[in-house]
Write a protein that binds this ligand. Sequence first.
Ligand code: UD1
Length: 360
Amino acid sequence: MTSPILHIVGARPNFMKAAPVVVALSERGVNQKLIHTGQHYDASMSDVFFEELGLPRPDYNLGVGSGSHAQQTGGIMIALEPLFSDLEPAVVVVYGDVNSTVAAALVAAKLRIPLAHVEAGLRSFDNSMPEEINRRVTDELADLLFVTAPEGIDNLRVDGASEDRVFFVGNPMIDTLLGSLPRFDRTIAAMDDLDKPYAVATIHRPSNVDDAESARRIVRMLSDLCDLLPVVLPLHPRGRANLAAQGLAGSARLRVIDPIGYLDFMSLVRHAALVVTDSGGIQEETTMLGIPCLTVRRNTERPITISHGTNQLIEPGEAASRARTILSGEWAPPPDKPPLWDGHAGDRIAEILARRFGSQ
Ligand code: UD1
């Protein structure tokens, strides 16, 4: 038996990126194993994605769960080290920028196991975001850097990555989106009697929900938006208490619901007039669907969603006026889509991995 290719996933945004790579490697008959760190553990944050995306059940679930950054990252490292030593993988593949990503990268690098990073080279240039630290450390350690957008190549060059480590492959999360498009036809309960046009909002970043003043600004933003159009807010558990403490309350105009699965969420987005978010991935998904996206952040590690897509960065206080402009029809998405966002990124990644590591 050859040494396995190990995929490490842990948090919601990892699953859509890993699925096309796992499927494409399985089509090539490559020995692989899937490890779930348990960073996200609620059924609505994890299980539903496995059911919907064609991901096999994880071979291992470390059940690490929530905690401070050090507790979570350290817990994952402690659980992964003996597993990597036992399994002797040919390569460890990590996805995105969450704590599970950097934890696995550190363990693999110190055990001298080859490391591949899918979604390398993204930079917000803002170290107050934990994800930026995770990305930089992971990219520094990775032997193979799979880049989703051309600016990633430039960022890696600036950081001194040698050309032979960098592979511009496109965006596997977009593979998942394009492959699932016909299934974005669901009607969820929150859409009952929902007047069009409506907006979808998601807010969970520490910078928007962790302190009282930020949470207050977000609650005011949502209330201003509701004066213009109904808003559906699938709410990540992280900000729920702080937003509620600042007066967030559901109504017929502001439908606050629990997190929903991928197909339900994308069905909701597909029919929305606009999206207000602080997520990373949703900036990309709305770019592909041609839905205007207002990103409530000072920066983005995904500038291609602004230059080639539908995205704008806003302060919370600007949301209503930008939404008014969009609703008035004075907005059109740019005609070009980002290069290589064509549904074949998983294949390109699998081809490179299989060639290098598939028969070790
Ligand atoms: C993590 C990622 C973030 C990503 C987000 C997507 C890091 C540093 N952050 O943030 O980049 O955008 O996932 O969702 O890795 N919780 C639950 N149930 C769960 C998971 C979390 O209730 O299944 C709650 C817990 O109270 C937990 C909090 O959410 O403490 C935060 O979870 P955590 O995994 O630490 O970070 P996220 O905010 O989800």
